[in-house]
Ligand binder design. Structure first.
Ligand code: GLP
Length: 257
């Protein structure tokens, strides 16, 4: 899509990169800036393959800092992840807690309690979802929210159909999402947990600023829909279009080459 054909709501909020690595480097730069600026409100973090090179680039940047700057970042780190699978905890590979530990906590020697996620092992996932939303609210809401785009248009695990006021909740994952995320479970969609706890669109849209990151040719179809369709429950990410702090970062492959 030529930039002249971008929708009006994206004006001044769009960056496209030739390579996934330069895209990841740019997003890591913005996360680093947010961490250096003092984190007035917590970061909102996401998992998934899109974020792997972003976190790797962030780790490289932060480990290159003078020791006192890195220590200051470690001490002020506060983040809430979007979601977690029901039935998986930090000790289980495939859990988002394990992914955060491996990508950020271990390489940066962060205190794991500073990176919060919903507790996938909670006996009552619905109660855990509302506890988690209250914890986000008590922390003042999210400052900068990092978001990936699901191949069916979900953000977090807000599966279609989904309205803009959807609360944090426990829900069943769609077949499309279990298929999308099968790689982390030996390629078998049947091994992807059937349920998840997610922050709702209500909390996501409550963030001050949002960085939506879309990478790779497998996202070209859903990104084209996001850029051409009006907001509707069938495309949960479409509710981001009206957010005043939204910025979209893509690579050329996601734009269709
Ligand atoms: C997953 C996560 C989302 C993620 C999205 C895209 O299911 N719940 O938070 O952003 O889907 O994932 P990926 O980056 O692996 O394509």
């Amino acid at each position: 899509m030529p930039s002249s054909a971008l929708p009006a709501w994206l004006a001044g909020r769009f960056e496209c990169f030739d390579h996934p690595s330069t895209l990841a480097g740019r997003v890591a730069e913005l996360l680093h800036q947010e961490l250096s600026d003092g984190l007035k409100r917590p970061l909102g973090l996401a998992t998934g393959r899109t974020m792997e090179p972003v976190y790797d680039a962030l780790v490289v940047r932060l480990l290159a800092l003078p020791a006192e700057q890195l220590t200051a970042i470690r001490e002020r780190w506060r983040s809430f992840n979007l979601d977690e699978y029901v039935g998986l905890g930090p000790a289980q590979p495939g859990s988002f807690a394990a992914e955060m530990a491996c990508r950020l906590v271990t390489p940066l020697s962060l205190k794991s309690a500073r990176l919060q996620l919903p507790d996938g092992l909670a006996a009552n996932p619905a109660a855990e979802a509302s506890r988690y939303a209250k914890a986000v609210a008590a922390a003042g809401g999210i400052g900068l929210q990092l978001l990936g785009l699901g191949s069916n248009g979900h953000v977090g695990f807000n599966e279609p159909p989904c309205g803009p006021d959807a609360p944090s909740r426990s829900l069943r994952l769609s077949a499309a999402t279990r298929h999308q995320n099968a790689a982390a479970f030996g390629g078998d969609p049947g091994r992807v947990p059937a349920g998840a706890i997610t922050l709702g669109l209500e909390q996501i849209l409550g963030a001050e600023r949002i960085l939506l990151v879309v990478s790779g040719s497998t996202k070209a179809g859903i990104l084209a829909r996001l850029l051409s369709e009006p907001p509707a429950p069938s495309l949960p990410a479409s509710w981001l279009q009206g957010h005043p702090g939204l910025r979209l970062f893509v690579d050329r492959a996601a734009m269709g080459g």
